[in-house]
Design a protein around this ligand. Structure first.
Ligand SMILES: *Cc1c(COP(=O)(O)O)cnc(C)c1O
Length: 218
């Protein structure tokens, strides 16, 4: 049951840690079930599905885009997104900034950091994040709100903990080095299988799908 799953997770989540309900590949009825329980923050990873659900769902939902975003899909995502968590290249960042300039809208973003062992995982290397933030004033239509990362896909909890510890260290370094970034407060780490470990490593936001909605459909 979605409501039981939500309740259990919320009861265990420390106060101050935001729960993003990752509803990708689940039908609207299931999102509405979570909405009826008071859940307002949802995450989606495909532009088309994101736009469809954002239009169909009640307007007070806070939408987090968490998937790979191609620059030709910005118009499906940016009008509805409270935040884009998956900025994984300079090219995308530039395109988001340019879109913001055209629409006179400032876009909240997280920088996705490559922390896992997989080669295929998208995201910036830690040094790239520091270089990028050094030049943050190149992007006046972007608000840098923090970092997002995914741990290695493994059962090895120590390995997962090491991945999270690395991104937490980078997060702290960014905050120390760039105090002018007042909104740089979010560390989005932790999914269904590893969110408890992420909490131990300073997560401020967990992105949980399967543990709320069950296996992904369609
Ligand atoms: C799908 C997804 C999640 C949620 O994954 P679950 O294992 O179902 O909790 C979290 N973050 C991102 C970036 C995702 O794509």
């Amino acid at each position: 049951m979605i409501s039981d799953n939500l309740e259990n997770i919320l009861s265990e989540l420390p106060s101050g840690v935001k729960l993003v309900a990752v509803s990708k590949f689940h039908p609207l009825g299931e999102l509405l079930e979570a909405y009826a329980m008071g859940q307002r923050c949802f995450g989606e990873n495909r532009p088309q599905e994101f736009a469809f659900k954002a239009v169909q769902m009640p307007q007070d939902v806070e939408w987090h885009f968490i998937g790979h975003l191609q620059t030709n899909k910005l118009k499906l995502v940016l009008p509805y997104a409270y935040i884009v968590e998956s900025i994984d290249s300079i090219r995308l960042l530039e395109a988001v900034n340019a879109w913001g300039e055209r629409k006179n809208k400032v876009i909240n973003v997280l920088l996705e950091v490559h922390i896992g062992v997989e080669d295929t995982k998208q995201g910036f290397a830690p040094e790239e994040v520091l270089d990028l933030l050094e030049g943050e004033n190149t992007y006046p239509y972007v608000t840098f709100c923090g970092l997002m990362g995914m741990a290695s896909h493994t059962d090895d909890e120590q390995r997962i903990g090491e991945d999270f510890a690395r991104i937490k260290t980078l997060f702290d370094t960014c905050r120390e080095r760039f105090p002018r970034l007042r909104d740089f407060t979010q560390l989005s780490i932790g999914m269904s299988e590893d969110w408890r470990i992420a909490i131990l490593h300073g997560s401020t936001e967990v992105r949980i799908g399967t543990a709320i909605f069950g296996p992904r459909q369609y």
